[in-house]
Design a protein around this ligand. Structure first.
Ligand code: NAD
Length: 445
């Protein structure tokens, strides 16, 4: 039994007979499980050049292609689409393909970046509308997402993103648009999509810091990164020391009791990393607080406390990391924002300021960090089933849970899997992006 009673009840045929629609049980990643639960369909319009690489990836993952019948995944390479006639071909491909999509299926469209030509720019942008709409149409836990591909991106740059968006790791990522560019850093990864199937431990050998790791989403991030092979440095305030130690013991990493707003926080974090691990590859800024009040009743303490934890500490630590030499040349900084920072939320001007600020920060840092091989991205969770959301009044909680395309809240692990994807060395083509983990919530859409 989960804490979503309505979803649990809706699995019962008797309840369904009363007219209650079935709320899907989402397919989530299980180590060792196949990328997709069944065969896939791969298509192309306008002569896209990535489809062959996707086919090779699927073959290596043991996923067959099926000309007819139900499919667990559909990938359309439309990166060469330039004309309205190409768009007509997109509809011709997608309409029967969507009918064939199995429950918990994955639809993934690869689209071009807009160019200066008005028709080509219109066509490129049209994919945004297509994918965001079809994501609202597909049922039973299926998702639809869009990768906008830079014309010079090598096929290998798409590898980790295609895997993530087809797999159970992206269970609560729906209706999202992510740009994939030429991987950052001085050297390009020479490995193509015909690389071996995803290793069981895609983060093996990487050192990851997770702030706010003692509980909630941060603890799930620590668990997930450790499951995928990373050595995790779990950071939280001294008051959470016991829970923090439990996370560090469970994940086999180290714990650092640290208030990230302390004046010497960056120095102490860097010293811990240098002394205990000698380096860092993945930095996850997850620690966050709320101090809700309507702006008319807001006081400086509430305002400043939220900005200090959620934004200032990230700015200071990122500054120190990017100036120093501890962050490796496949460094990945992942900041936890929120859909409140995109859509705004009543009573949360301080929180939304901090989370929107995080989005501004990652966009400014991404081009600066690129030269040294570092990516900077944000994940923006929507309604996630945590202790915090369990304490909401029933009406607010039910509202938050259902106003998204998957008609349920996400789990902390859904945020964690998204962080894990962005943390991979292979995800160097994804930077300056904000990925919502919100089941395509209508809030912040
Ligand atoms: P939580 O309150 O359960 O956990 C936050 C952790 O951060 C706690 O362990 C806390 O001790 C730690 N922390 C707070 N201040 C700190 C400081 N100064 N130094 C070090 N650690 C500190 O919260 P959660 O629900 O797990 O949220 C995690 C992140 O996800 C936050 O950034 C939050 O804003 C964001 N988020 C959560 C939701 C949701 O639905 N739960 C939605 C959107 C965004």
């Amino acid at each position: 039994m989960s804490n979503d009673t309505l979803r649990d009840l809706s699995q019962n045929p008797l309840v369904q007979r009363l007219g209650v629609p079935r709320i899907p049980v989402l397919r989530r990643h299980v180590p060792g499980a196949p990328l997709l639960d069944g065969p896939a369909l791969v298509g192309t319009v306008g002569g896209g050049t990535f489809a062959d690489a996707v086919r090779a990836l699927l073959k290596n993952e043991g996923v067959a292609e099926a000309a007819e019948g139900k499919v667990a995944g559909v990938v359309l390479d439309a990166t060469a689409a330039r004309t309205l006639d190409d768009l007509a071909a997109v509809q011709e491909f997608l309409t029967p393909a969507v009918r064939r999509l199995a429950p918990n299926g994955r639809l993934l469209v690869l689209a071009p970046e807009p160019t200066e030509d008005p028709e080509a720019a219109a066509v490129a942008q049209a994919f945004d509308g297509i994918v965001r709409s079809v994501a609202k149409e597909v049922r039973a836990g299926a998702t639809a997402n869009l990768l906008v591909v830079h014309p010079d991106a090598p096929p290998a740059a798409l590898d980790s993103s295609v895997r993530f968006l087809l797999s159970g790791r992206s269970a609560y990522v729906d209706g999202q648009v992510v740009h994939v560019g030429v991987p950052v850093g001085p050297e390009q990864d020479p490995i193509g999509m015909d690389a071996p199937a995803e290793p069981v431990a895609p983060l093996a050998g990487r050192v990851a810091v997770v702030t706010g790791a003692a509980r909630g989403i941060g603890a799930a991030i620590a668990d997930t990164l450790a499951r995928d092979g990373a050595v995790v440095v779990a950071v939280d305030v001294p008051a959470a020391g016991e829970a923090l130690a439990a996370v560090a013991n469970r994940t086999g990493g180290t714990a650092l009791q640290l208030d990230i707003t302390a004046p010497d926080a960056a120095d102490r974090l860097l010293a811990h990393l240098r002394e205990r691990h000698g380096r860092v590859d993945v930095v996850v800024h997850n620690a966050g607080i709320t101090r809700d009040k309507l702006l008319a009743n807001m006081d400086a303490d509430r305002w400043n406390a939220v900005l200090a934890v959620n934004l200032r500490a990230q700015l200071v630590i990122n500054g120190a990391l990017l100036e120093g030499d501890l962050l490796s040349d496949t460094g990945r900084i992942v900041c936890v924002a929120s859909t409140s920072g995109i859509a705004g939320n009543r009573g949360q001007t301080n929180y939304a300021a901090s989370k929107a600020g995080v989005i501004g920060m990652i966009r400014a840092l991404a081009p600066r960090a690129a030269a040294r091989g570092v990516t900077v991205n944000a994940v923006a969770p929507g309604f996630i089933e945590t202790e915090m959301t369990a304490r909401m009044p029933l009406g607010t909680r039910e509202g938050g849970r259902r106003i998204n395309s998957l008609r349920q809240g996400g789990l902390p692990v859904d945020v964690a899997e998204t962080v894990g994807w962005l943390g991979q060395a292979e995800s160097g083509g994804v930077t300056g992006q904000v990925v919502r983990v919100c089941g395509q919530s209508m809030i912040g859409a």
